[in-house]
Structure formats: C-alpha cells, structure tokens
Design a protein around this ligand. Structure first.
Ligand code: SF4
Length: 420
C-alpha cells in the first residue's frame, strides 16, 4: 500500500495559486466566481480570459489543477455554465469539481474529456452513494466531512478503484458540509453560502427574543466575551495522516480559498513536510507532530478539532469564547524576491512591526527564528518600525537559497498555543 497521498491546496486567486504551488501543493483547486464556492470578493480574480494561463503555470510546475463548478445551480446557472465548460474542454484542467447532478450531466456532454470529482457539497457518506456516482462516471468522490475514518476505510475496501479525497485542514461548518442558508437569511441574500459568498453568519453572537415580548432581548452569556453557540473549531488532522492514508484516501484537501497567502503557505509547508516525512520514514514522531500543530496555529484559527474523524464530535469541537479566527503569530512582511548586490532582499510590511522584534522567517525550504540587523527604507535611511505597505531592504537569514527566499513570509510570534 502507498504511504503517500496528494496534497491539495486552495487557490482562491492567482497570487494564492502561486504561493500554493511554491509551498508544496501536488494539486490546487480554483474556479471562476460564477460557478464556484468560496470565491474572493475583491482583488485579482480568475477570469475566463486568464484561466488557461494559470492552469499552464500549474502544469509547468508539475502541479495538477482542478476547476470547481460546485455551486448549487439553478436553471440559469446551468445555461451560463455551457460556454465555461466548452472552454474548459479546450484548456484541459486535470479535473472538474462538481456537486450538482445536473452539472455532472452537463459536463459529461460539453467537456467529456475531463475527469469529474464529486464535490464534498454532494454530501456523500456511504459506499452505495459512492458506487452510484462511480457508475455515473465520477472518477473521484470528495467525502463529506462527516465520514469517520473507519467508514472511509470501508468505502475504500468495497470500491478500491474509486479515488477518495477528504478534508484534513480548515474551517468547519455547523451545517452538513456547507449545505446552509443561515448566511443567506441573515445577510438579506447578499451573501449566499452555496454560491460561494458565505458571511460566516453561524459564528455571529446571538441573543434570544421571546415571540410575545419582541422588545425584550435576552442576552445569552457564557462569559464576558459572549456566547458563540454555532462556532466550530477548525479541522486539523496532521497527526492522523498515516491512518488516513492507510484507509485508502488518495488526496488530502485543505479548505480556505478565501484565506490569505500566509495561510495557504503555512498550511502547505507543514503538510508537505509531514507527508514527505511519513513517506520517507513510515511514521510521524509525536514531538514533531506537536511542532507542526504549533506552526499551524501561526495562521488564523479558532482552535483545532478532529471533526468527525473518530466519530461524532462533542462540545469540545466548538469554540464558545470567541468567534474570531486568531493566529498565535502575526504575518508582518513578505517579498517579491528582489535582491541587491549586497545580498539584501526587499520586503514589504503586511502589518506594523519593530525591526527589533523576534521574527520567524519562512520559505518553502523551512522556518528559522531570526532577528533583523537593520531595515533600510527606499530612500536609504534606517527605520525602527516597518509599516504596512512600506518597502525596506533587509539582510535575510543565510539558511535559504535565493529561489526559496523569493517566497519569503515573515511573522512575529504573539502567544502560546492553546490546548486542543
Ligand atoms: S453560515 Fe456557517 S454553517 Fe453556514 S455555510 Fe457559512 S460557515 Fe457554514
């Protein structure tokens, strides 16, 4: 049995795609806003005009590209997807990710050359459902997040020639794999969850109003910060990678197309290192796992849970004290890789930081704790603080190659990790 699996990272926009590729993705998933869940509302986006070049970029780096068409489609969406599918048939991504049976059928007609992966939004929970989809031309099923490990293994045993994918990291919904209209209701249909625009409304703070006394609002109080009844912790399964791979899962998916470049880079780096380690040694040592989990907390998180992997999660899977996604480090700077003849690299502030702050410098080659000697602004003057969007020259750590430094991310540790 193979002791590795594909690492599948989110590519919410072209910049995130490039970082996902640099930080170790075997495959990325991306999509046009018109057909795709969890799309960014601002900044550079994928368009029909640029999609082919981004898929080419992946292929040039030996990374697969899966295109999402996983909205819950109405009649009009079906009509609008036909030209998109015809274009995809030409530009040949490695697969389409689809949730709706009508869109599966449409793709088989208008892009018959492309493999279909059934989206997790289709809520596939059992081997008969998997068999049904396989019989209907689906090459891979992305299992619902609610499938426990032992049932993943059983599905694989019963249908060994069906590819199975599961989520290993990222936000969890309180609804079944995102089948949810909470956001639609609470944002007056301006943020439709199943059209890629969820407002995370389940995580808001709620009060109770009794029907006959509409003017009296009862505050639900857990502590001074409030009560967040529907606020799940985030999934984090790095410690279970061996069992998941042994269960027959061939692709390990990270959620988060709307999250930033620091998120995709950090999560990608950690899971890449863990997968490579497991492939080389056949085990994941517990002290190393603790270190990886701590690093995963350096990006936004609500605390970590195993989700449904071992069975139904209890109350510990919820974060009651805050609905914020809080990292234990702050992403303070990145770079476009420009270096001068003195070996200095140009970095740009993402959040304000002091030049004297203890920092962690991350590249696809690893991380090092680091102190800057100095930072020189573009006018040639030393600065004490670097501000957001300010460019400065700094001397990087010597541990990285110039290729690695091109993808540098710099963060400042803020707090001690919380227990799972
Ligand atoms: S509102 Fe909450 S449960 Fe619904 S889709 Fe958004 S994150 Fe998921």
């Amino acid at each position: 049995m193979s002791n590795t699996a594909e690492l599948l990272l989110p590519a919410g926009d072209p910049e995130k795609l490039r970082y996902a590729v640099a930080y170790g993705a075997d495959a990325v998933y991306l999509g046009l806003p018109m057909a795709s869940l969890r799309t960014p509302s601002k900044g550079e986006q994928f368009t029909p005009e640029n999609l082919a070049s981004h898929i080419d970029y992946c292929h040039q780096h030996q990374v697969k590209a899966y295109v999402t068409l996983n909205i819950f489609a109405g009649n009009r969406d079906i009509d609008r997807m036909i030209p998109h599918l015809e274009q995809l048939a030409d530009i040949k991504p490695d697969a389409l990710i689809i949730s709706d049976p009508g869109v599966v059928n449409l793709a088989q007609e208008f892009a018959p050359n492309l493999p279909i992966h059934l989206s997790t939004q289709a809520n596939t929970l059992n081997y008969r459902a998997c068999k049904f989809w396989q019989d209907n031309g689906v090459e891979r099923v992305i299992l619902a997040r609610e499938v426990p490990l032992r049932e993943m293994a059983e599905i694989h045993e019963r249908i060994p020639d069906l590819e199975l994918e599961c989520f290993v990291h990222g936000s969890l919904c309180v609804a079944y794999s995102g089948r949810c209209v909470i956001s639609d209701y609470l944002t007056d249909n301006t943020k439709n969850s199943n059209k890629g625009m969820c407002g995370n409304s389940c995580r808001w703070e709620f009060d109770v109003v009794e029907k006959n006394r509409p003017d009296e609002v009862y505050t639900l109080e857990e502590d001074e910060k409030g009560t967040y009844l529907l606020n799940s912790k985030d999934l984090c399964l790095v410690r279970y990678l061996p069992q998941i791979i042994e269960a027959g899962i061939c692709s390990l998916k990270v959620e988060g197309r709307t999250k930033g470049v620091h998120y995709v880079s950090t999560i990608g780096r950690v899971y890449r290192e863990a997968l490579d380690y497991y492939e080389a040694h056949g085990v994941l040592p517990s002290d190393q796992v603790a270190q990886w989990e701590s690093e995963l907390m350096d990006t936004g998180n609500r605390g970590f849970t195993d989700g449904f992997l071992q069975g139904k999660p209890g109350g510990k899977a919820y974060q009651y004290s805050s609905s914020q996604s809080e990292p234990q480090a702050v992403f303070v700077a990145s770079t476009e890789g420009e270096m001068d003849t003195q070996g200095r690299i140009k970095i740009v502030g993402r959040n304000k930081f002091a030049v004297s702050d203890p920092l962690i410098w991350m590249t696809p080659e690893g991380t090092v704790s680091f102190h800057l000697d100095e930072a020189i602004d573009l006018q040639g003057f030393p600065v004490e603080f670097v501000q957001p969007n300010q460019w400065v020259w700094v001397k990087p750590p010597e541990s990285f190659s110039s290729q690695g430094l091109k993808w540098s991310m710099i963060r400042r540790k803020e707090r001690i990790p919380v227990a799972r």
